[in-house]
Design a binder for this molecule. Structure first.
Ligand code: PEP
Ligand code: MG
Length: 821
């Protein structure tokens, strides 16, 4: 803990505006030896993305975490502005408390400040005092003694202490979880009393039901052999604020995107498509989980329930680690709270009673128990408590899904601008969305390589995925903020949140405009390396749009669009017309036409494909084409005819063996001779681990490689990219995938051929740097990402990129890769 050095308190200052005030307090920090001068800019940068106005005339400017290196020593400085300075419209600040926090030693000062916040007279006194010691004493030691929780009650336990809860939102899920965790470490009976109501300190639900708000005095009581030690530990924890400081900036995958510290209660999810949306919620569909009402064998139901709870706990532990790595421990802690709900004896006891005594099924009993308890929480009519009821329902559904008989859905599409929330979206549902109506997309399930994420990026709609089932309970029409940069849903945005969202949207629009104006400039790094940025397209009209957006060609034409949703295969003429239209629209720029990649999730009824147990490991991509030579030949003929109008390259999908490549090439050559066309470059997609392992041999037969990181990730990590629960683990930045990409590039280099990437990581800001560093020469991305990816490369040096790539290859988890700075 630190105390405030009085030489860092400046009284009677004036400031023309907020920036001036921040610069002045920054200078005091510099003079006191706490920071390097550069950190003053960091204080201003933080203010641009987050509002540091606390209330009662106090603001606490503090820099962004990535600049912590410029802090020499943790310290606090105070600028007193008796006449005040406008911070936000309508908010005047008299005490500017500048914070340089290298560690959490300043937390006690913040806690003391929180006391002042609840005391307008004290804040006014400090704003005018002429004695720096008044401020020093108030912030260093705090003077407000904790008021007693209440008169002693007959059932109070013998040992106790009173304490004020200073967490800004009271004893909400995260601080309460921290308290429960500590209490559980002791054998003593521990109870917390708020007014006349008391609850078991080892039960999260009991603590939440006490409705303890910020500034409330509580009594913590204990009885038992280790009561004294328990009280000492709990007192320490409460004194230091109970919550970890949010690591909001820097730690996330897309550190290059603006970060905002949201104030309102929020849900952490996976960032899937960048951008911000502010608008009313529209629940796209509510998956109805159907469970059996009764069951014959109670013992079997009890086991099912235990198993489902254990499986949900495992999921939550993984989610915690993942979100922590992406967005910091503060946001991730909510998943610890969820796991704590599952450890609540009261919840399981009630469900088990219903199974044993009423012959209920595990699903029915669990649903009942969660519903009853969530109602109790929601009945407190406090917005933040209502959010806790959502948390409880969320974790309840996580378990319930595993006990479901079936899940019923009723899809519908919006007709007014909304933020669309869905359990999950199928590829065709997402593709039908109109970006003018869908301001943002949030799905409860899914991961960054799910089709929702890919399609949202291609439509330029901000999106978050894997948000958990609690989002399905948000009422239609609720105004929320969706932050696709950090992967956050702000459920009850404060005024400052709304203002920040609007400002960030305006800033992003300005940045996008600057990128758009520079979109035709080549993507050349600061040290002169050129990376081609081309487009992924899947419809004739997109070729022209790709060029307008600055694309230097098409790196992947998914030709499946011609074959799906119809009764018979397209004729050679129809295909020729479509390909020719695109080649012409590209006006001399190259196009890579990928031959048909049907199979897997994309079935085509008119091809009468036999049902397969594992379609993703079955007759898919090049295998299907080689087994149906007429289909393949027709497509190749059309491609060669279109190649007469401009530079065309052919690419085969899903190559897994050298034989496949040789057979495909032989057939292609036969067709070329039939058509009488000139030779074209022939490349393959690298999206199967065997292709990576055989890359040297394959490189001898190919003109280029294009890495399909979506499938490579799915096959490398053995995670279905569309799996509702697992797909969030399908992260293309996993070191296993990156090492495969590295091996592929090295094999290609040896053979003298170039490598591109056309999967989702090519458009991920973190992926762009790593792929460039690994030696990838072409990035093929969705049309809306082209300008930003080019701009990002222009601001990058190959030395930086290689450094990051080297460190990424040495990581052991994808979380570690995303956490690299
Ligand atoms: C990939 O797998 O990364 C890829 C680009 O192909 P698709 O997404 O069409 O399977
Ligand atoms: Mg693929």
């Amino acid at each position: 803990m630190i105390s405030l050095d009085l030489s860092a308190v400046r009284l009677g200052a004036t400031a023309v505006d907020k920036t001036d005030a921040i610069r002045q307090v920054g200078r005091i920090l510099v003079e006191a030896g706490y920071i390097e001068p550069g950190y003053v800019e960091s204080l201003l940068a933080r203010e641009r993305v987050a509002n540091t106005f606390l209330g009662n005339g106090i603001a606490i400017p503090h820099g962004v975490p990535k600049d912590r290196g410029m802090i020499k020593e943790t310290g606090v400085a105070v600028l007193q502005v008796p006449d005040g300075v406008e911070w936000n419209p309508g908010d005047r600040v008299h005490l500017v408390v500048g914070i340089a926090a290298k560690s959490d030693e300043h937390l006690q000062i913040l806690t003391n400040l929180t006391d002042v916040l609840g005391d307008a007279a004290e804040a006014a006194r400090l704003a005018r005092t002429t004695n720096p010691a008044d401020i020093g004493q108030r912030l260093s030691t705090g003077t407000a003694p904790a008021k007693p929780a209440a008169e002693p009650l007959p059932d109070d336990l013998p040992n106790h202490f009173d304490a004020v809860i200073t967490s800004p939102h009271g004893l909400h899920a995260r601080p309460a979880t921290a308290l429960v965790d500590i209490a559980k470490g002791f054998g003593a009976t521990i109870r917390v009393r708020h007014g006349n109501r008391a609850g078991d300190a080892k039960s999260l639900i009991a603590l939440l039901n006490l409705g303890i708000e910020s500034g409330t005095t509580i009594r913590v009581m204990a009885e038992g052999a280790d009561a004294d030690a328990a009280l000492a530990a709990l007192r320490d924890a409460i004194d230091s604020g109970l919550e970890e400081e949010e690591e909001t900036a820097g730690a996330a995958g897309s550190a290059e995107l603006p970060r905002i510290d949201w104030e309102g209660p929020s849900v952490a999810a996976v960032a899937a498509s960048p951008g911000l949306a502010l608008g009313p919620v529209w629940q796209y569909q509510r998956g109805k989980i159907v469970v059996a009402a009764t069951a014959r064998d109670p013992a079997a139901e009890l086991t099912r329930l235990d198993r489902a709870i254990e499986a949900a706990k495992r999921e939550l532990a993984e989610l915690y680690e993942e979100v922590k790595a992406r967005t910091g421990a503060g946001k991730a802690a909510i998943f610890l709270a969820h796991a704590e709900f599952l450890a609540d004896q009261g919840l399981t006891d009630r469900a088990k009673l219903l199974i044993r005594e009423d012959a209920r099924s595990a699903g029915y009993a669990w649903e009942q128990s969660i519903g009853e308890q969530a109602k109790v929480l929601a009945a407190q009519q406090d917005a933040l408590l209502a959010a806790r009821a959502l948390d409880l329902r969320d974790v309840g559904r996580r378990v319930l899904r595993m006990l479901a008989e079936r899940i019923e859905d009723e899809p519908k599409l919006p007709d007014t601008p909304v933020i669309l929330i869905a359990d999950d979206l199928s590829p065709s549902d997402t593709a039908r969305l109109d970006p003018a109506l869908a301001l943002g997309i949030c799905t409860a399930a899914g991961g960054p390589t799910s089709h929702t994420a890919i399609i949202a990026r291609s439509l330029g709609i901000p999106a978050v995925v894997g948000a958990g089932d609690s989002v399905l309970d948000i009422a239609d029409g609720s105004p929320i903020v969706l932050d696709g940069n950090s992967g956050t849903l702000v459920l009850i945005p404060t005024d400052a949140d709304r203002a920040n969202a609007e400002r960030a949207r305006a800033d992003m629009a300005t940045q996008r405009e600057a990128e758009r104006r520079a979109c035709y400039q080549p993507a050349i790094t600061t040290d002169g390396a050129r990376i081609e940025v081309v487009a992924n397209i899947a419809a004739p009209e997109e070729a022209g749009r790709a060029v307008e957006a600055g694309g230097e060609g098409v790196g992947l034409l998914r030709t499946e669009f011609l074959f799906l949703g119809r009764d018979q295969a397209p004729s050679e003429d129809e295909q020729t017309a479509a390909y020719t239209e695109m080649v012409r629209a590209l006006n001399g720029l190259p196009i890579i036409i990928r031959t048909l990649d049907i199979g897997g999730d994309k079935a085509v009824p008119y091809m009468s494909m036999p049902a397969e147990e594992n379609p993703f490991l079955g007759e898919r991509g090049i295998r299907l084409c080689l087994n149906r030579p007429e289909l393949f030949r027709t497509q190749l003929r059309a491609i060669f005819r279109a190649a007469a109008h401009g530079p065309v390259r052919i690419m085969y999908p899903m190559i897994s063996t050298l034989e496949e490549l040789k057979r495909a090439k032989a057939l292609t050559e036969e067709v070329r001779l039939e058509v009488g066309a000139a030779p074209v470059e022939i490349g393959i997609m690298i999206e199967v681990p065997s292709a990576v392992m055989m890359a040297e041999e394959l490189a001898a037969e190919a003109d280029f490689f294009s890495i399909g990181s979506n499938d490579l990730t799915q096959y490398c990590l053995a995670v279905d990219r569309m799996h509702p629960l697992l797909s969030r683990q399908a992260d293309g930045l996993h070191p296993a995938v990156l090492r495969m990409i590295d091996a592929t590039v090295r094999a290609a280099d040896k053979a003298g051929i170039w490598v591109g990437v056309c999967g989702g990581i090519a458009g991920d800001p973190r992926g762009v740097v790593i792929l460039a560093g690994l030696g990838v020469r072409e990035l093929s991305v969705s049309i809306p990402s082209i300008a930003a990816v080019k701009a990002q490369i222009r601001g990058l040096s190959m030395e930086q990129a290689r450094g990051l790539a080297r460190r990424a290859l040495a990581c052991s988890t994808s979380a570690a890769v995303r956490g690299l700075r």
